[in-house]
Design a protein around this ligand. Structure first.
Ligand code: ATP
Ligand code: MG
Length: 576
């Protein structure tokens, strides 16, 4: 590709509306441009990286026996009504009517469409296992589109859907996809973790998210420093509790704690460690159910764990009125002793081993000291409801410690079970001619988000440092002085030679100052750069620069193409 005839509109200044580095660099490198909030044009350079990554995904999907197809973006409302998601999906689903007033939506995901296709076409156990995938634009009317391609409203996703005769066959399909995902992100050279994830509203079976580690990541994840355990913090299990050998129970005492609402203040005021305190939080469901959750004073509550345990659709902090009505006390002095109303009290497992604790007395400015479980209060269950912390013991191997990271979710694999096949009546006939429900799995990868995440992990102050497998070009050839016929001839020769060898080359033939060319080349992150100048040429040499290490070598003109070819081949082979 001749740079002068191509289109790479680079920008010097950092765009003020881009918060994260990948967004800034994708704009500055001329890869993307915003059309509307969360909606982007993929400019030529951006599209090249996107296509590169798509092809890695495609290769690995094909290797894992998934079959490519393409479904429409526009989906009829009826299918979503059948699955029950029309009412449930909320505002992320962009809905509209056609000229006949029929309702449609723009597909945020394609479970309904694929299940509809499968129920019509797959009739026998002999046709399974089968897995269909597509690489296609999704639309989600995200409440806060941001970070460029990272959280767009229109974005490209690879989505795959597996269909199996039963749950254990579906497990195998899941495993195949899991392994394919591992290879995909390894091939891109990304530092990532596959973490256990919450199954959310779909419930039941299991799910893993693939998280690229980056400080700008929206998710918090933990991983064990000794074993393979890794989980989204939403889901991460706190270490198994072992009961402390009990100390003598002291008599319960009510003490005045004027204006001390925060448990740390109460602890400081009473001169006890926060580990000796228990805090009580009251939560409400959208239907008005109330629950009190007890937690060691220095621990954080994991609302999702509590919500999943209760089976609520939504979990909300109780309002001041709700709290007053059920405890008889204003916020800040709550506890399980002497509740005004009989509401369920759920305690974190850690609370079980605590003795002689400080807790609220359900009275303005009053706390108890030496409160004891069994003697002074009861709870309806001990559940893991706390958020894990860095340094916690690993819940699996129990010898390792949990480390905490920020992560960008680039992929998600999901065992769906029969949720959609039941709702849409997707069945098959088994070997005995009996009708059975199909078992499903679904598997997504954010294409643009992964490219953005790769940039988030690979950049320096000069710009992007593309990993070779997803670089828009492998190599650039920069002619230092385009007016020098000898320089241009040599540069062109290298360019055509590289092209012949199958290397993707950007030939910077622009009539610009070398400084500008070098800056642009650094910014757009091409992994290898050959600089052709008259000085070097006089000795028969050109300069080869490796973007990732900054290493510069002088290479004989005659060898440079072969050197680049070897470098690229090695990097790509390593990535396979
Ligand atoms: P998130 O929690 O980030 O909103 P999600 O759980 O809604 O993601 P899935 O429905 O599992 O995402 O979609 C599959 C993949 O599509 C995600 O792993 C992510 O890589 C990508 N993705 C989801 N939403 C967006 C978006 N708004 N912009 C870009 N990529 C997205
Ligand atoms: Mg989402």
């Amino acid at each position: 590709m001749f740079y002068s005839r191509y289109f790479i509109p680079t920008i010097k200044e950092t765009p003020s509306d881009a918060e994260v580095i990948s967004h800034q660099l994708m704009l500055r490198a001329g890869m993307i441009r915003k059309l509307a909030s969360g909606i982007y044009n993929y400019l030529p350079l951006g599209l090249r990286s996107i296509r590169k990554f798509e092809n890695i995904v495609r290769e690995e999907m094909n290797k894992a026996d998934a079959i490519e197809m393409l479904m429409p973006s526009v989906q009829p409302a009826e299918l979503w009504q059948e699955s029950g998601r029309w009412a449930f999906y909320g505002k992320e689903l962009l809905r509209f009517r056609d000229r006949k007033e029929a309702e449609f939506c723009l597909g945020p995901t394609h479970e309904e469409v694929i299940t509809d296709m499968v129920r019509r076409e797959i009739k026998s156990y002999r046709q399974m296992p089968i897995n269909f995938y597509q690489i296609q634009s999704k639309f989600r009317d995200e409440i806060r589109p941001r970070f460029g391609l990272m959280r767009g409203r229109e974005f490209i996703m690879k989505d795959a859907y597996s269909f199996d005769v039963d749950s254990s066959a579906a497990d195998l399909s899941y495993e195949k996809m899991f392994n394919a995902y591992m290879r995909i992100f390894e091939r891109c050279g990304l530092n990532f973790r596959a973490v256990e994830a919450d199954t959310g509203s779909i419930g039941g079976s299991s799910s893993h998210e693939f998280m690229v580690l980056a400080d700008s990541g929206e998710d918090a994840i933990v991983s064990c420093d000794a074993c393979r355990y890794a989980a989204n913090i939403e889901k991460a299990e706190s270490p198994l509790f072992t009961a402390a050998s009990g100390s003598e129970l002291e008599p319960l005492l009510k003490v005045s704690t004027p204006d001390m609402k925060a448990i740390v203040d109460v602890a400081a005021f009473l001169k006890v460690a926060t580990e000796k305190t228990v805090k009580a939080l009251v939560y409400a469901s959208d239907k008005g159910d109330l629950v009190m959750a007890l937690l060691r004073g220095d621990h954080e509550l994991n609302e999702l764990k509590l919500k999943n345990h209760l089976g609520w659709d939504e979990i909300l902090m109780a309002t001041e009125e709700q709290i007053l009505a059920c405890t008889g006390s204003p916020v800040g002095f709550l506890g399980p002793i002497g509740l005004a109303k009989d509401i369920p009290v759920i305690a974190d497992r850690v609370v079980k081993g605590m003795t002689n604790v400080v807790m609220g007395a359900n009275e303005q400015d009053q706390h108890y000291t030496n409160a004891n479980l069994g003697r002074d209060f009861e709870v309806s269950g001990f559940i893991d409801i706390r958020t894990v912390e860095a340094g916690d013991a690993c819940p699996r191997c129990e010898t390792g410690k949990l480390e905490m990271w920020r992560g960008i979710e680039v992929g998600h694999v999901f065992k769906l079970g029969t949720k959609y096949s039941k709702a849409l009546n997707a069945t098959y006939l088994d070997a005995n001619g009996r009708e059975q429900v199909i078992f499903m799995g679904c598997y997504g990868i954010g294409i643009g988000r992964t490219v953005a995440a790769a940039i988030e992990q690979n950049h320096d102050e000069n710009g992007i440092i593309f990993p070779i497998p997803i670089a828009p070009f492998h190599c650039s050839v920069v002619a230092v002085n385009t007016k020098d016929a000898g320089v241009m001839a040599a540069a062109e020769e290298i360019y055509f030679c590289l092209e012949k060898l199958g290397i993707e080359v950007l030939f910077d033939d622009r009539d610009e100052r070398p400084g500008i060319k070098f800056k642009d080349n650094d910014l757009i992150g091409i992994p290898l750069r050959i600089v052709v100048g008259s000085k070097g040429l006089a000795e028969g040499n050109v300069e080869l620069k490796i973007r990732s290490t900054g290493e510069v070598k002088s290479v004989p003109l005659a060898d440079v193409a072969a050197t680049v070819k070897r470098f690229v081949d090695e990097a790509l082979a390593h990535a396979e």
